[in-house]
Every structure is written in C-alpha cells, then in structure tokens.
Write a protein that binds this ligand. Structure first.
Ligand code: HEC
Ligand code: HEC
Ligand code: HEC
Length: 97
C-alpha cells in the first residue's frame, strides 16, 4: 500500500470513527526486573514504514508469544545494531524507578 492510499484509509477511519479492532497503542511500557523499557510503537511503525512483519508474525500484530529477555534483545537490540540507529546500551532502554 502506498503512502497516499494509507493516508486516505487513515482519514476514512478517523472520519467514520471506526477503529481497527486491535489498534496498537502509541506507547508500550515493557515492565521487567532490569528497569522499565518505554517502546514507542507508533514511531517504530512509521520508521519501519508500516512493516509489521519486522516484529510480528502477522500483519495484524498483537501480543508477541513468549516475549522475554532473549526475544526482546534479539529483536530490539539486534535491529538497532544492524541499522546503526537506536539504543544498544542497557541504560538507554532500561530506566530504573
Ligand atoms: C519494531 C517492532 C514492531 C513493529 C514494527 C510493530 N510492532 Fe506491534 N508490537 C511490538 C511489541 C514489542 C509489542 C508488545 C508485544 C507484547 O506485549 O507481547 C507490540 C504490540 C502490538 C499490538 C498489541 C497491543 C496490546 O497490548 O494488545 C498490536 C495490535 C500491534 N502491535 C500491531 C502492530 C501493527 C498492526 C503493526 C504494523 C503496522 C506493528 N504492530 C508494528 C512491536 C512492533
Ligand atoms: C533496545 C532495548 C534494550 C537494550 C539496549 C537492552 N535491553 Fe534488556 N530488555 C529489553 C526489553 C524490552 C526487555 C523485556 C523483555 C520482557 O518482556 O521480558 C528486556 C529484558 C531484560 C532483562 C530481563 C529482566 C526480567 O524481568 O527478567 C534483563 C536482565 C536485561 N534486559 C538486561 C539488559 C542488559 C544487562 C543490557 C545491556 C547489556 C540490556 N538489557 C540492554 C530491552 C533492551
Ligand atoms: C527493525 C528495526 C527495529 C526494531 C526491531 C526495533 N527498533 Fe527501536 N529503533 C529503530 C530505529 C531505526 C530507531 C531510530 C533511531 C533514530 O532515528 O535515531 C529506533 C529507536 C529506538 C529508541 C529511541 C527513540 C524512541 O523511539 O524512543 C528506542 C527507545 C527503541 N528504538 C526501543 C526499541 C525496543 C524496546 C524495541 C523492541 C521491542 C525496538 N526498539 C525494536 C529500529 C528498530
């Protein structure tokens, strides 16, 4: 889907007040023992040009099954390293308190 078409769809959704059943939240705070990680879902969607499959098994997305440290680091940290963009240091993602 091109950007203009995506824009029209978004406008339609807004104007009719109909939302997708599982609209992803703009921000997801991932709580864990090493300090909360704030994940800007919306910004990542935009950065990755709406390619949900970069992180999800389906284009509808949803909860990631068995999301844990290994999966998170394998997904998040790995992409930042490969892209040489985004945080790769512990405290850039994990915030205590
Ligand atoms: C950079 C990675 C990434 C991309 C790209 C991404 N997501 Fe997600 N998404 C996540 C993570 C991480 C979660 C939280 C998973 C969990 O809690 O198990 C999530 C959660 C969700 C949820 C569930 C929210 C909830 O709390 O129930 C939906 C729905 C979703 N994403 C849809 C999408 C759609 C649709 C796209 C593409 C337009 C997309 N995502 C792109 C990483 C991503
Ligand atoms: C790109 C972001 C990111 C970076 C960088 C990162 N982490 Fe994480 N880490 C996460 C996320 C997200 C989770 C949560 C996974 C989950 O839901 O269980 C996590 C989970 C963990 C956990 C598991 C905590 C628990 O509750 O079991 C530990 C320990 C951890 N990270 C340590 C580290 C250390 C040490 C570093 C640096 C070497 C680091 N992380 C770097 C994102 C990151
Ligand atoms: C497929 C690639 C990719 C994946 C997967 C990915 N990111 Fe990112 N992330 C990026 C890019 C690109 C940036 C942008 C960096 C910039 O523009 O400076 C970024 C930036 C960030 C930032 C700093 C800016 C902001 O949005 O707050 C955080 C924090 C972050 N990512 C956390 C995460 C976490 C947590 C996950 C896993 C749940 C994740 N990322 C997964 C590509 C990715």
């Amino acid at each position: 889907m091109n950007k203009i078409f995506a824009g029209i769809v978004a406008a339609l959704v807004l104007s009719t007040g109909v939302a997708f059943a599982a609209d992803p939240p703009a921000t997801i705070v991932i709580d864990n023992k090493n300090g909360k990680v704030t994940f800007h879902h919306k910004e990542h969607q935009d950065r990755l040009k709406g390619d949900c499959l970069k992180c999800h098994a389906t284009k509808e997305g949803g909860k990631i099954e068995g999301f844990n440290k290994e999966k998170a680091h394998g997904l998040c940290k790995k992409c930042h390293e490969t892209e040489k963009k985004g945080p790769t240091k512990c405290t850039e993602c994990h915030k205590k308190g």
